[in-house]
Design a protein around this ligand. Structure first.
Ligand code: IPD
Ligand code: CA
Ligand code: CA
Length: 266
């Protein structure tokens, strides 16, 4: 998996240096030749070695052969960044066996950082073991989130962004969910949440967080599922605090008011 993601990352960098044309899948949902060609390469590499395995990729959809093994492939996580020349993006590959996540690799070709995890064996960054942070107070956390690129008007995350910004050291929105999860795994972030991610965004990163000693659930603390549309990851120590913030926000309680624009102008 590491070899494949490195090869895929090298291809992304070739396109990144050339600056590619952007196409639209939706109003602000971007795709480029780099997404498509990189997924083709990854599918070829999987098929060469494991011809019977199922593959679900963001651009090519599901190839279902009824195998016990299923790959989740995001050839380019962070397409909007990539398209604008902002160097925060990665390749993500997760592998499931009979519904259990067993391996995950996320490769950031801009920093040459390869995050990997194997079920029950731990998580690594460039072959060095990694662990989640030890921050136990939400007020001392740096956390991350993301916003979807389609149906943006239906997403309530701006309220969560506002509230949690005021209760932590800050909230980063860097634009690659897979890398956000890896940053939780290696302690750069203490937590991460996002609505409506897809299985190819989370399959690898979630296992990497868990194998680094972190916790991943839905927003109510229930088990995380690839199709659950709610991802809450943390170092474990601040998980309950984040969950209770979420309960409050969902219930509309204790919300810090948004600044009044009239007053601001005055
Ligand atoms: C996107 C990124 C982004 C997240 C979006 C995803 P893509 O994936 O992970 O951080 O906020 O929800 O769709 O489209 O660049 O593969
Ligand atoms: Ca993605
Ligand atoms: Ca993608």
């Amino acid at each position: 998996m590491s070899q494949i993601t490195r090869e895929a990352g090298a291809l992304l960098m070739k396109y990144f240096r050339q600056r590619v044309t952007v196409e639209y899948k939706g109003e602000a949902d971007l795709v480029t030749i780099a997404d498509r060609k990189t997924e083709v390469l990854i599918r070829e590499r999987i098929r060469e070695r494991w011809p019977t395995h199922d593959i679900l990729g963001e651009e090519g959809g599901l190839q279902d052969t009824g195998s016990d093994y299923r790959w989740y492939v995001d050839p380019l996580d962070g397409t909007t960044n990539f398209a604008h020349g902002f160097p925060v993006f990665c390749v993500s590959m997760g592998l499931e066996h009979r519904g259990q996540r067993i391996a995950g690799v996320v490769y950031d070709p801009t920093r040459d950082e390869l995050f990997a995890a194997e079920q029950g064996s731990g998580a690594w960054l460039n072959q060095q073991p990694i662990q989640v942070s030890k921050t136990a107070k939400l007020s001392e956390c740096l956390v991350a989130t993301g916003f979807p690129s389609h149906k943006r008007h239906q997403n309530p995350n701006i309220y969560f962004y506002h509230q949690i910004t005021l209760h932590t050291h800050g909230v980063r929105r860097a634009g690659s969910a897979a890398l956000d999860l890896c940053c939780v795994a290696c302690g750069r972030f203490d937590g991460f949440w996002e609505f409506n991610l897809n299985p190819w965004d989370t399959a690898a990163g979630v296992l990497i967080v868990q194998e680094a000693g972190g916790k991943v659930t839905d927003f109510h603390g229930g088990p995380f599922q690839l199709n659950s549309r709610e991802t809450l990851a943390s170092n474990g120590l601040v998980h309950e605090a984040l969950q209770s913030e979420f309960e409050q926000i969902f219930a509309g309680r204790g919300l810090e008011p948004l600044p009044d624009m009239q007053e601001h102008r005055r």
